[in-house]
Design a protein around this ligand. Structure first.
Ligand code: SF4
Ligand code: SF4
Length: 417
């Protein structure tokens, strides 16, 4: 089994980062733009006219939450995702939840740190604490969720993340992989509280903006556009941030601050074009939830995941995550993928069972080229029925629609891209 190389926090300080980007050797034909293409005027229009709500405030989330609870082997009470997380981490999580929700405003010191390179000092501190990535960007209000527009405080955003371990993710979908997500998420929040304390000790204020997994559910804004703006990666066809070291195997947290920090810049890692050539996650997604073409969506050119098709898979298969598992950047690291592309013109691992195969508990083993078939009851219809049984908020069928392709011949067809 090819192991992903250890990048050992290569991304933390600016010097390390530049060296790392240079070593990647992105081929000319994969270069597009730093970050992902956006139309800022369209983004601002949508933010003003149709502001979004966080996922956990939507009826879809209630269904997902209940489904995930069911996955945790308690079908009778269908405990929620958050309840399970609280049971796992008990008081620690409860304490953390209170802290990140109320953590803002006051600096711990009256004296402001006069140092010119506070951003450098913060990154060095983050590295010392064990974060795998850290980025700083402007806290743009255009992405802030509807109910939190007035709550968002400071101008600068610090995004930090720790790596979700490699081994369990390769077993996705599995309870081991799902739990490894939790196990990485909670410590990343505890560490972030420590880093926020450090910022407060320099005389500045802090407000947590994103700590939205593991039952904490604080999300004033989505973290991914800021992570892209801070150069931590680019959005992949799997609808997630692809960091060059870990792919989407990274657990992020973010806080805003009034500390004077210099911003990082978005980077072109070649991922926009690489995804067009790769498409492994698109072909291997059991719910057919990942479209192969990009669309302009709220001012961003992106692969728009079809949530209605993804959610039943997430719920039934321990958080699914096949689209993370089968991504060559996650498995081998971007440097290996680009080196292989430079030598052969091909995407590393594409078409191999090592990268593409997975097992679904009640369906069996699916090597590269073979896909599971589902009945409509295993798709959205079954999910809606369960929601009704649990007396969750009604989700209109139009919203969580029928899943075409599931249960049909089409889902058995091998797609060559
Ligand atoms: S989590 Fe599973 S169903 Fe959802 S997009 Fe990824 S592979 Fe598809
Ligand atoms: S599997 Fe391929 S197409 Fe999908 S996100 Fe990873 S690199 Fe992009």
């Amino acid at each position: 089994m090819t192991q992903v190389p250890s990048y050992d926090s290569a991304f933390i300080t600016d010097g390390d980062k530049e060296q790392f980007i240079e070593s990647l050797n992105v081929p000319e034909e994969l270069k597009t733009v730093p970050g992902n293409p956006t139309r800022p005027a369209d983004e601002r229009y949508h933010a003003y006219a149709y502001p979004e709500q966080p996922f956990f405030r939507t009826p879809n989330y209630e269904l997902y939450d209940a489904y995930m609870g069911r996955q945790h082997r308690d079908i009778t009470t269908a405990k929620s995702h958050s309840q399970v997380a609280t049971e796992m981490h008990g008081e620690e999580l409860e304490e953390l939840r209170k802290t990140v929700w109320s953590y803002h405003l006051k600096p711990a010191s009256r004296k402001k740190d006069p140092s010119e390179d506070l951003a450098g000092a913060l990154k060095a501190k983050a590295k010392e604490m064990g974060f795998a990535v850290v980025g700083i960007t402007k806290f743009e209000r255009k992405y802030v969720f509807k109910d939190f527009k007035r709550r968002a405080k400071f101008k600068n955003l610090v995004i930090v993340g720790i790596e979700q371990p490699w081994e369990p993710v390769q077993t996705s979908p599995s309870i081991e992989s799902y739990m490894s997500n939790f196990k990485a998420t909670i410590p990343s929040y505890s560490l972030a509280v420590g880093l926020a304390d450090w910022v407060r000790s320099t005389g500045y204020r802090v407000q947590f903006v994103v700590a939205s997994q593991g039952g904490i559910q604080l999300s004033l804004a989505p973290v991914l556009p800021y992570a892209v703006a801070a150069g931590l990666g680019q959005m992949g066809a799997n609808g997630q941030l692809l960091t060059p070291m870990f792919g989407s195997r990274i657990r992020l947290c973010a806080f805003s601050t009034d500390a004077p920090l210099s911003y990082d810049k978005p980077v072109d890692y070649g991922i926009n074009k690489l995804c067009e050539k790769c498409q492994v996650c698109v072909r291997r997604c059991p719910g057919k939830a990942l479209p192969k073409v990009k669309v302009w969506w709220r001012g961003a050119l992106k692969y728009k995941t079809i949530a209605d098709r993804c959610l039943p898979m997430l719920g039934q298969y321990d958080g699914c995550s096949i689209c993370i598992k089968v991504c060559p950047v996650q498995r081998y690291g971007l440097k290996e993928v680009l080196d292989h592309y430079n030598e052969t013109g091909k995407v590393l691992g594409k078409g191999t069972d090592e990268l593409e195969a997975y097992t679904l508990p009640n369906k069996g083993y699916f090597p590269s080229g073979q896909m599971p078939v589902f009945s409509t009851e295993e798709g959205s219809r079954g999910m809606i029925a369960m929601g009704n049984k649990l007396k969750l908020r009604p989700v209109r069928r139009k919203r969580l629609g029928h899943m075409p392709g599931i249960g049909s011949e089409a889902s058995q067809t091998k797609v060559d891209i």
